[in-house]
Design a protein around this ligand. Structure first.
Ligand code: AMP
Length: 567
């Protein structure tokens, strides 16, 4: 079976295609969203999902979230005794989602469609594929998140009218203009900012309250890692409350002391004005690239948890002069769409009529030199071959000429980006090809770029006069792994004991109680301590019924203490 996975910065979700529709798969806790969080216990066991997220405040050095932000880079984190890079952490989450889908369907999962932000570059896409590989999943396709959202929303509804998918998640912002024509979903343009999301709003909120909650600067003595996590969790709670009301408390507890203040929605809006302003640019760019006027958009579709924020909705309404459409659950749309694509790949008849086109989200080209008008040359100029927003798969060829007399070799870099100077773009690789010695300008070479739907680039260069050809293996520095090394890493990852799935509910509830113990004071803290002892006693009994009853009691008690938890 092939599953559809939304591997999100904050939360992930998995869906399957069944009986002609997409269905979200609940995890072992019964939740449809699984926090993209990993925590390593003292005994070296991995906790994934809510249990890990709940441990973050109490075990910040053993827990990591938001690692999607550094996928495809060399950055790693040390959790306990072991170092992890983002693709390994992603693999642990993917493995969990795979297990959830197998438990839900009773079938073996072999492959997956995984979504990525439209703005992910080649490295980030490759790393995501490798994460799937490390999780034991054959990645059938990577699909851009807004495209997946469009599949969840658009296909069954509007025909022949462009609509805009506005996806603001935890860490990334994507805008796509999508059109449905005869059952074909076409992404006309996509644009975005892969450094803008809910986390940035949290940071602004923290800046807003930081001095106010701590006029005596007591918190300066706190461990910065612990403090950062306390502030982030409080910001997240406050921001979500502000989605429901006009004011909310921002509060943290450190060393038995409470630091708190009230935040008004209007103050948050003011503090976040620069972020709200940054939402405009990608929207304008995608409209321009697709040649579509804002009045002709039939809908503005909201995707991503952060579009729940009233200040974001207000900014969108102002920007477009009308209300956006939020009928698809903003947190579920991407996974549901990935499952539509998974169904499509397994050739389900119900989807026979649906095809999908996609676009290349950035310009791809090579480095050239050009005349400076004074007989000399300026080097390092970008020559685009595949333009941004070209429907893919795409294959384009350009011709180039030698620059010097008797030149024997042409050597150039391959880049992605929009800047005229290659130095400001991202270098993907470089290649050389031999040419026959001739006066300058007399030898031409042809350079063909082929970009496929998974974001993989093939470069083929040929010298028509000699018939010499070269195909590029992009020498990606972060990607020197051989099959053998991947297999070794997969085994190493498989050796990490994951907390048993059937016990994940206990682990999550216990981590939550431990977190509450640390954040509450006085009488409440004592009570939580007693609850924890009672629950630990039940766990020691090893009797499933006793444990279940104790767990249910503990959840009810914690809910009454701190309000319902959220993902
Ligand atoms: P996603 O990456 O789509 O899972 O979105 C996660 C982001 O959505 C996080 O930054 C959350 O803070 C944010 N989010 C989820 N629910 C709400 C809500 N009710 N109000 C404000 N932000 C929310």
């Amino acid at each position: 079976m092939i599953i559809g996975i939304d591997l999100g910065t904050t939360n992930s979700a998995v869906a399957i295609w069944r009986d002609g529709e997409s269905v979200l798969v609940p995890n072992a806790l019964g939740d449809l969203l699984t926090p993209s969080a990993v925590s390593i216990t003292d005994t070296g066991e991995a906790l994934i999902g809510l249990a890990a997220r709940e441990r973050q405040p109490t075990h910040p050095k053993h827990t990591v979230t938001a690692f999607k932000r550094f996928i495809g880079t060399q950055q790693s984190v040390t959790l306990g005794k072991r170092k992890f890079d983002a693709e390994e952490l992603s693999a642990l989450v993917l493995r969990q989602l795979k297990a959830d889908a197998e438990a839900f369907t009773g079938e073996t999962v072999t492959g997956a469609v995984i979504t990525v932000p439209a703005y992910f570059n080649d490295r980030q896409r490759k790393a995501t594929r490798r994460a799937g590989d490390l999780a034991g999943l054959e990645v059938k396709r990577l699909v851009n998140e807004p495209t997946a959202a469009a599949l969840a929303f658009g296909i069954q509804t509007r025909e022949q009218e462009p609509f805009l998918v506005f996806d603001l998640g935890g860490g990334t912002f994507d805008v796509s203009i999508v059109e449905v024509f005869d059952g074909v979903v076409e992404v006309r343009a996509s644009s975005g900012d892969n450094r803008l999301g809910g986390e940035d709003f949290n940071e602004r909120l923290i800046d807003l309250v930081r001095a106010r909650i701590d006029p005596d600067k007591k918190l300066e003595k706190a461990d910065p890692v612990v403090l950062a996590e306390l502030l982030r969790a409080a910001a997240e709670r406050t921001r979500r409350k502000l989605s429901e009301s006009d004011e909310a408390e921002f509060a943290i507890v450190w060393k038995d002391e409470s630091f708190a203040t009230t935040v008004y929605a209007s103050a948050l809006e003011e503090a976040c004005a620069p972020l709200l302003q940054r939402l405009r640019d990608p929207v304008l760019r995608s409209l321009r690239d697709s040649n579509i006027r804002v009045e002709t958009l039939s809908e503005i579709v909201l995707v991503g948890g952060s579009t729940r924020m009233p200040i974001v909705r207000k900014a969108i309404t102002r920007m477009f002069g009308r209300f956006p459409n939020a009928t698809v659950h903003p947190d579920h749309a991407v996974a549901l769409g990935a499952a539509v694509q998974a169904g499509l790949l397994s050739r389900d008849v119900a989807l026979d009529e649906v095809r999908l086109t996609d676009v290349c989200p950035f310009t791809l080209g090579i480095e050239v030199a050009e005349g400076d008008g004074r007989g000399g040359y300026r080097e390092g100029i970008f020559s685009p071959i595949i333009d941004r927003n070209t429907p893919i798969p795409a294959s384009r060829v350009n011709s180039y000429h030698t620059l010097a007399d008797n030149q024997r070799e042409i050597h150039f870099g391959i880049y992605q980006g929009e800047a005229r100077e290659v130095a400001s773009n991202v270098k993907l690789g470089e290649m050389r090809i031999q040419v026959p010695p001739k006066p300058r300008g007399e030898v031409s070479i042809e350079c063909r770029f082929t970009y496929d739907t998974s974001g993989m680039l093939d470069v083929d260069v040929s010298v028509p006069s000699t018939g010499v050809t070269r195909s590029l293996v992009i020498m990606d520095q972060s990607d020197p792994l051989t099959e053998k090394q991947i297999a070794e890493r997969r085994d190493a990852l498989a050796a990490i004991k994951v907390h048993p799935r059937e016990e994940s509910e206990n682990a999550a509830v216990r981590a939550r109680a431990a977190r509450c113990y640390e954040s509450f004071l006085g009488r409440e803290r004592d009570i939580v301590g007693q609850w924890l002892s009672t629950f630990d006693g039940a766990l020691d009994s090893q009797d499933p019924r006793t444990i279940r009853e104790a767990r249910e009691q503990l959840v009810t008690a914690l809910d009454s203490l701190e309000g319902e938890r959220f993902l």
